[in-house]
Design a protein around this ligand. Structure first.
Ligand code: SUG
Length: 416
């Protein structure tokens, strides 16, 4: 049994659009009303997956959820008089950001040795709150083997939970027992704190984690106010390395000390605000990166092009690469369509440490399947969607047909 990290990227759905639905997410707000390009968005996502596979890494995917979501519209008694934002919510392709699909604790961390996944309720944003029931269905299909996985329903809606975007795992190796870091926000600022402490604590209990190997860390309220609506906008961890902005946590020194006590091998790479301000970090999404261990053992940071092209961020990255730090390579990727809604490379993937042989192979990617998905996307995904088109019955039919073509092509019709 060989446990490896597998990144499950969300395939960008055919209804991808910019409706400006996420308060506190500056990219979503500033691109509200723009035309979106679903076909290009999905192809950008697939190119990122292919790039990571080419590095020798295991890659999986999750499928877009059914949109427009008629169950959601029925549940709010939609009759055309509802707020346009609610109609738009039913069309949202936001499940592409699978870092928000669930929180994952791999087998080496849990009491029963199974990998536990808890679907995230995403209750803070109405358009995201409709995801989890369909997401959990998909997770139960992909991770169906009860000898290796336990998939939990979301925690009660009174505790906001945004999944792996506020969860980091550190350890000497992926397959060794890890230290799980749960980052939560406190309400009271200008923008919502989406991750509640009690949600994180509930997830840790459900997963049977050892309390001695869990840290519950408060997010810096200044970071939330600056637009870090999830912790993964200001920090990312992989194995022994934490890559973080100086202002990510409410008590940075206390946090670093607790990590070092629990994991003496930890290496903490802190980017000072004097080099990259919080505003620069959030604009460029430097930290919304995939920090990956390559088969050679070297660590590589997959960043959005926006970060690579940002002069102050680039200066910092050049300095980092010239130093003897643990991150040896930086790989910029173009995920601009997702970025314009506040979703970088890290948002687009859910990390699962497991033996690939224990996962439903239909959710695992290889070159042939990537080509098949690309041809379905090219044939069926709308080229462009303007938010004024949401609600159009012809477009709805196209979006439904496109998703069905993908389910057919992947033999995943159970999800229809
Ligand atoms: O929840 N954007 C998503 C972006 C999620 C990013 N995920 C992570 N950081 N892990 C969100 O705010 C925009 C939808 C719109 O405006 O139409 C949106 O939902």
């Amino acid at each position: 049994m060989s446990l490896v990290e597998i990144n499950f990227d969300g395939i960008v759905g055919p209804s991808h659009n910019y409706a400006g639905l996420s308060l506190g997410n500056l990219a979503s707000a500033s691109n509200a009303g723009e035309t979106a390009y679903p076909r290009a968005a999905a192809l950008q996502g697939l190119a990122k997956m292919r790039g990571n596979m080419a590095l020798g890494l295991a890659q999986g995917f999750l499928l877009p959820l059914p949109r427009p979501n008629t169950a959601f519209l029925d549940a709010i008694g939609a009759d055309g008089s509802e707020d346009r934002r609610l109609l738009s919510a039913a069309w949202s392709a936001s499940s592409m950001w699978t870092a928000n699909a669930a929180t994952v604790s791999p087998g080496p961390d849990t009491a029963d040795g199974r990998c536990h996944l808890t679907a995230a309720n995403l209750v803070t944003m109405p358009h995201r709150s409709q995801e989890w029931t369909d997401t959990v269905r998909q997770l139960r299909l992909a991770f169906a083997d009860p000898a290796h996985f336990a998939v939990h329903d979301a925690v009660p809606a009174c505790f906001g939970d945004e999944g792996a975007a506020n969860h980091m795992r550190m350890g000497v190796r992926h397959d060794a027992p890890g230290l799980e870091l749960f980052v939560y926000g406190k309400t009271g600022g200008a923008f919502p704190a989406r991750q509640h402490e009690q949600a994180s604590r509930a997830v840790a209990r459900l997963h049977g984690l050892d309390p001695a190997r869990c840290l519950f860390i408060e997010q810096n309220p200044e970071a939330i106010a600056a637009g870090a609506f999830h912790n993964d906008v200001v920090a990312v961890a992989n194995e022994r390395v934490l890559f973080t902005h100086e202002q990510a946590f409410a008590d940075p020194d206390g946090t670093y000390a607790a990590i070092r006590t629990a994991l003496p091998e930890a290496e903490i790479v802190v980017v000072p605000a004097a080099s990259v301000s919080l505003a620069d970090a959030i604009k460029s999404y430097l930290f919304n990166a995939q920090l990956l261990t390559l088969p050679s053992g070297e660590m590589s940071l997959v960043i959005p092009l926006e970060a690579w092209e940002h002069p102050r961020v680039r200066l910092w990255l050049d300095g980092m690469l010239a130093s003897n730090g643990p991150i040896r390579r930086v790989l910029p990727v173009d995920v601009r369509q997702s970025m314009a809604n506040g979703g970088g490379p890290a948002c687009l993937r859910l990390r699962v440490v497991a033996d690939p042989a224990t996962i439903d192979p239909r959710f695992l990617l290889d070159e042939a399947k990537a080509a098949r998905i690309e041809s379905i996307v090219a044939a069926f995904w709308p080229e462009a969607i303007h938010p004024a088109e949401l609600g159009d019955p012809d477009l709805a039919a196209r979006v439904v047909t496109a998703r069905m073509a993908l389910l057919d092509g992947l033999e995943l019709n159970e999800l229809s």
